[in-house]
Ligand binder design. Structure first.
Ligand code: NAP
Length: 519
């Protein structure tokens, strides 16, 4: 059952269990050392439904550095025992969590749609990613492979093993409120680290529900700790803590750079997953029906708020008009609305700031390019008045080096860039500071293979859109999208483990490497 604390409650005040059956929004505590606790700040904040901001979902702790310190202490206290727990046993807890997540998938997906806005089928997909990574990493409990190799000296054994690092700081965005925390926490935990988790302030309810399930699955007290509150207060305190040696952050490039500076000063391990400006290249031989479907899904799925969302189409000029005709009609037919309505194709943006940002870029687009469809907030649709809705918007004849062609907008906006051939397409695609996802639509196998080689992104698709990564492959980007780490797949373990090389000499004598076995 959900444990909650009264708004502003302090440790000495009532900490109660409750449900929202009375319809009143609950107040959630931080989850520290296996208990829901009020913040020492005595402050709280509300989470709202972006499709109707009158709908208050729940209240959460506006925590501060003292709460972070308590969570880090709890995680530090839990670390020795969790680290000493055999990895297959740790994996078994992940299996139980994966099964619970699968059992509660529908309820979590609905809660996610209410808090974050994405349409229900996509929210189910988000939870499914959490399930997938939990099963994948549960299996790692019986792998966590290192190398065994022969020594250069006789009667000597050599091997390498992965070791946990300690307390991991997990700082996540709102756009995949179950999947991304799971992508980070599952490898951290199976490897034997403990966790202090700070979710985005737009999606604390999803985080609290997730942590409840982790607790129910049997992660020992202190292994997973949740602290809600702002990036400035809670995020910074995690970063600055000398007792958090590893940080995994997903969010904007601007924040990522600041975080990198702080982490570098303290010599922390840091994994950054930042923004994107993902492009789809369309060659003149592409199947335009399939291409248009892939573009619409990649550009306007999750209201364009995926880090892998397609924001640029780089199209061969010979087929540009024909493609644009299809895109205009498909985008214009997408239905805006609350994500829980089965008729809805495109849900709201996350918050008022995101809506303002999209509107600012529409104004920029009017100066730089040609508006094809969308571009104005819906009016005369009273049921959308209280949400952050904006329709799918397409600009044609965008300059690759203009602002629309270069800057991450993170909304339902698509730029069309026309090029005369493959070489120009590659140049346009790669001419950004980001490098997350890309795609090519072509029937020419030679071109497809050239694209796999030429596209400077961490993920490349052929004849599919830019979204839809699977959890058993490495996920992440080149250039300004990150700092070289990868999530998901086996690669995720590299963030949360140290390599230890071990040599066992059973010769019974002194053997000097590089000396005794040389002339
Ligand atoms: P954001 O504003 O950077 O926030 C991300 C997280 O960092 C939130 O929990 C935020 O807390 C926290 N934070 C903010 N400032 C901080 C600071 N100074 N120190 C420590 N923590 C801080 O990003 P967002 O708007 O949530 O997410 C959208 C961005 O994430 C986009 O740029 C998108 O491309 C990127 N993204 C990348 C990937 C990827 O894998 N490459 C995946 C998803 C999203 P508050 O919420 O309290 O501000």
């Amino acid at each position: 059952m959900t444990q909650t604390v009264q708004p502003g409650a302090r440790d000495d005040q009532t900490v109660r269990s409750g449900s929202d059956s009375a319809g009143e929004p609950l107040t959630y505590g931080n989850f520290i050392g296996g208990e829901w606790q009020a913040s020492v700040t005595g402050r709280s904040f509300a989470s709202h439904n972006p499709a109707d901001t009158r709908d208050v979902i729940a209240h959460f702790q506006s925590s501060g550095p003292a709460d972070v310190a308590a969570a880090v202490r709890a995680a530090g206290d839990a670390y020795p025992l969790w680290r000493a727990t055999p990895a297959p046993k740790r994996g078994e807890v992940l299996y139980r969590f994966a099964a619970l997540l699968a059992e509660r998938k529908e309820g979590l997906a609905r809660a996610m749609t209410r808090e974050m806005g994405k349409v229900l089928p996509e929210a189910r997909g988000d939870v499914q990613e959490g399930i997938d990574i939990a099963y994948l990493m549960a299996g790692e409990g019986r792998r966590l492979f290192g190398d065994t190799t022969s020594s250069e000296l006789p009667n000597k054994w050599a091997m390498s093993v992965r070791e946990p690092i300690g307390v991991a700081g997990i700082i996540t965005p709102w756009n995949f409120p179950i999947a991304i925390p799971c992508w980070k926490m599952m490898p951290a935990l199976v490897a034997g680290n403990t966790v202090v988790f700070k979710p985005a302030s737009d999606t604390p309810h999803c985080a609290a529900l997730l942590v409840e399930l982790l607790h129910e699955a049997g992660f020992p007290a202190g292994t997973v700790n949740l602290v809600t509150g702002s990036g400035e207060e809670v995020g910074s305190a995690i970063l600055e803590s000398p007792d958090v040696p590893v940080i995994s952050f997903t969010g904007s490039g601007e924040n990522g750079r600041q975080i990198a500076e702080i982490a570098a000063r303290r010599l922390k391990r840091l994994s950054l997953e930042l923004g994107g400006k993902n492009g789809i290249v369309v060659m003149e031989d592409a199947d335009l029906g399939l291409t248009a479907e892939g573009i619409i899904w990649s550009a306007f799925g999750t209201t364009g708020q995926r880090c892998t969302a397609c924001s640029r189409v780089i199209v061969h000029e010979k087929v540009a008009d024909a493609l644009l005709e299809r895109l205009e009609s498909a985008a214009g037919a997408l239905r805006l609305g609350p994500g829980l309505d089965p008729e809805t194709d495109v849900g709201p943006l996350i918050n008022a700031g995101a809506l303002d940002k999209v509107e600012r870029y529409v104004e920029i687009g009017r100066d730089e390019a040609h508006l094809v469809v969308g571009g104005r907030r819906p009016d005369g649709w009273p049921e959308l008045d209280h949400g952050h809705f904006f329709p799918p918007t397409i600009f044609d004849r965008v300059e690759p080096m203009g602002r629309l062609g270069q800057e991450e907008i993170f909304g339902p906006m698509l730029s069309i860039i026309r090029v005369p051939g493959y070489e120009e397409a590659v140049t346009a695609l790669n001419q950004t500071r980001y490098g997350l996802s890309s795609s090519i639509y072509t029937r020419d196998t030679n071109l497809a293979f050239r694209a796999m080689r030429d596209f400077e992104t961490g993920i490349v698709y052929v004849n599919a859109g830019t979204i839809g990564a699977e959890t058993h492959l490495p996920f992440g980007g080149t250039k300004g999208t990150g700092n070289g780490h990868r999530e998901a797949g086996h690669a995720a373990l590299d963030t949360f483990t140290e390599w230890k090389a071990i040599y066992v000499d059973y010769s019974g004598g002194l053997q000097r490497a590089q000396i005794d076995n040389r002339d």
